[in-house]
Design a protein around this ligand. Sequence first.
Ligand SMILES: Cc1cc2nc3c(=O)[nH]c(=O)nc-3n(C[C@H](O)[C@H](O)[C@H](O)COP(=O)(O)OP(=O)(O)OC[C@H]3O[C@@H](n4cnc5c(N)ncnc54)[C@H](O)[C@@H]3O)c2cc1C
Length: 413
Amino acid sequence: MYINKDVVIIGAGPAGLAAAVELVRNGIKDIIVIDREPFAGGILNQCIHDGFGVIKFKEVLTGPEYAQRYIDEANKLGIEIMTSSMVISMSGDKEITVLNSEGLATYKAKAVILAMGCRERTRGALGIPGTRPAGIFTAGVAQNLVNLKNIMIGKRVVILGSGDIGLIMARRLTLEGVKVIAVVEKMPYSNGLARNITQCLEDYDIPLLLSHTVINIEGKERLKSVTIARVDEKGEAIKGTSRKFDCDTLILSVGLIPENELSLGAGIDLDGVTQGAIVDENLQTSIEGVFACGNVLQVHDLVDHVSNEAEKAARSVICHLRSKCGQQGKIAVKAGLGIRYVIPHTVSGEKDVTFSMRVDRPWADRKLYFKSCGKIIKSIRYRRMNPSEMVVVNIKASELEGAHGLEVFVDED
Ligand SMILES: Cc1cc2nc3c(=O)[nH]c(=O)nc-3n(C[C@H](O)[C@H](O)[C@H](O)COP(=O)(O)OP(=O)(O)OC[C@H]3O[C@@H](n4cnc5c(N)ncnc54)[C@H](O)[C@@H]3O)c2cc1C
């Protein structure tokens, strides 16, 4: 038996919640939001630091406070949020199978919004040599244990990876009385937001060792030490530069991967760089009526961008349900020099488009160009662009007029 719904949203994090609120505010009421966790709010529930909502609410909120704004709104609008319920499969014709304590149920949706967030890369993905003792955590797991379960994870910690989660955990653990020996980063620059380098490391005198990596782990039952070394431009450890740190805990903050197993099962085409879905300007995936937003589409730096993207996905769903959406865009968008990826992957040239992208290295005082048919259609100068920060650019339909292929790149000079 199917339960028919206009829209099924998978994931009740900020993306899923913002999409649901936008749908209902615009008259689409036959919707359900499904989440495997017992509470809505997604990853924000464990982000008890502040820094959320600066763009959206012009306020500095903690993660739970930001999430609560949307949960309250969803409750006010009577949105059905089904928690403790795991979506175990989705078919190409939008059948969604859910498992919870009541058993299995299948939903049949006219449209689906994928908002499943992302997961962390682990030690296995890095292949660090050494023993397999206790005391090695991913940053998100450490954050969950410390912030939600009140469990202390160690006394002397080394953090590998200087993404925002690693930086935030360095400060968090310091405030809890832990000695954070160093944050070790393989790249010659940090992968975290500049404000987090200042507020989480410099303010607490925690060293950031750039161009370094962990080359060995020692310890039988519990971690005893890690050895780090400087790396060359190819990322290879340089002989004679190794240093051993006595510590009982290693935290890995080495990247996030969009959670797209359901998408793969449904046959949705994924982008090899973002590992999120390939989408058009409506954030529609390769399956008609299935849309993606939030971290499951691309790893976001700010939750405010997540909410905006989710609202856009919801507006596209409304169009789709009312058959006013039009064709998938046919103009391919290419990431050129200095750009790691650009979303959306295709545009129609008939609508205003919000492009989001990441650069592949830090750039200072450079122009970002949009070029089509050999002609520059837009250029913007940035004081700096960093791989850790998403670049978001709005382009008007009039600027895309007559475009065939579209390339986005950074100038070399
Ligand atoms: C440690 C950390 C610090 C951050 N700091 C900041 C900051 O200071 N400021 C800021 O603006 N942003 C920050 N961010 C970024 C921001 O929090 C995220 O980009 C945003 O929360 C992502 O939202 P989302 O809804 O896409 O994903 P999530 O919040 O991950 O939500 C996804 C939801 O989908 C559910 N789900 C997944 N698969 C299934 C399934 N099969 N069945 C049912 N449910 C499923 C999950 O349970 C989860 O609840 C931070 C992120 C982290 C991790």
